[in-house]
Ligand binder design. Structure first.
Ligand SMILES: [Zn+2]
Length: 215
C-alpha cells in the first residue's frame, strides 16, 4: 500500500506514508512514525523555501548600492552635445560610487584628475598662442598633440578600469564568465563611447536589479 492514494468512505483523500506505509491524514506534512515527508509536506517545504528566497531577494534589493540612472534619451543628448566634457563629469561623479562597491579593481582617482586637467587644458589651448610665451612653434604644436594623446589614453584606460569594476561587481550575482559576457561586453563601443557606453550598462544593471537607482 506504500505511496498509494485512496479515497476513504467519507470521500476524503487519504495517503499512506511512502516509506513505512502508515495511513496518514490529508494535510500531514511529515509521517509521525518514520519522519518521511509526504508529497504535501515536500510541496509546503518548497513553498517556504521559495518564500524565504523571495524575502532574501527583496532584502538584498533594499541593501543594493546605488548608482545613478540616466534616461537613454538624455544620455544620448548629454553625450553628443557635451562630447568629452560629459566623460570628464561622469568619471568625476562616478568615481566614489564605483570605488565604494568593494571590488578589487578600482578606478584610479589620480587618472581621473589628470584626464580632467588635461582635457580642460586641451579645450583652452587653442585660445592661446603659445609662441607668444617664447615657445617654438613646433614645441607648441607638440604640446597640443601630447595633450590630445594623454586625453585619449586616459579616457580609454578609465573606461576599461570602470568596466572591470562593474564586471567584478556583477560577478557576485552571476558567473564570472557570464558577467564578462553581459556587462559592457563590447570593447569597440567601450573605446568609442567610454562613459556614455558605461552609463548605458549601469542603466541595464539597475534594470537587472544589481544596483538601486536611488542616489
Ligand atoms: Zn512513515
Amino acid at each position: 500500500m506504500a505511496g498509494v492514494l485512496f479515497y476513504s468512505q467519507e470521500g476524503r483523500m487519504n495517503v499512506n506514508c511512502k516509506s513505512c506505509g502508515a495511513p496518514l491524514d490529508e494535510g500531514t506534512e511529515k509521517c509521525p512514525y518514520c519522519g518521511t515527508l509526504t508529497d504535501y509536506g515536500k510541496e509546503k517545504f518548497r513553498e517556504r523555501e521559495s518564500k524565504k528566497h523571495e524575502d532574501e531577494r527583496r532584502q538584498k534589493l533594499d541593501n543594493l548600492p546605488a548608482m545613478k540612472y540616466v534616461a537613454p534619451g538624455l544620455l544620448a543628448v548629454l553625450y553628443v552635445v557635451t562630447g568629452g566634457i560629459y566623460s570628464v563629469y561622469w568619471y568625476a561623479m562616478r568615481l566614489k560610487p564605483l570605488n565604494s562597491l568593494g571590488t578589487k579593481a578600482k578606478v584610479p582617482a589620480w587618472l581621473v584628475g589628470i584626464f580632467a586637467l588635461v582635457y580642460v587644458g586641451l579645450c583652452l589651448l587653442p585660445q592661446y598662442d603659445l609662441t607668444e610665451y617664447g615657445l617654438d612653434a613646433e614645441i607648441a604644436d607638440n604640446i597640443y598633440n601630447y595633450a590630445l594623446g594623454i586625453v585619449i589614453v586616459a579616457s580609454g584606460w578609465l573606461a576599461f578600469m570602470a568596466r572591470r569594476v562593474l564586471q567584478e561587481y556583477a560577478a557576485r550575482f552571476m558567473d564570472r564568465t557570464q558577467a564578462v559576457s553581459i556587462i559592457a561586453p563590447s570593447s569597440v563601443l567601450l573605446g568609442l563611447f567610454g562613459a556614455g557606453y558605461l552609463q548605458s550598462q549601469v542603466n541595464r544593471m539597475i534594470k537587472m536589479n544589481l544596483f538601486s537607482p536611488k542616489i
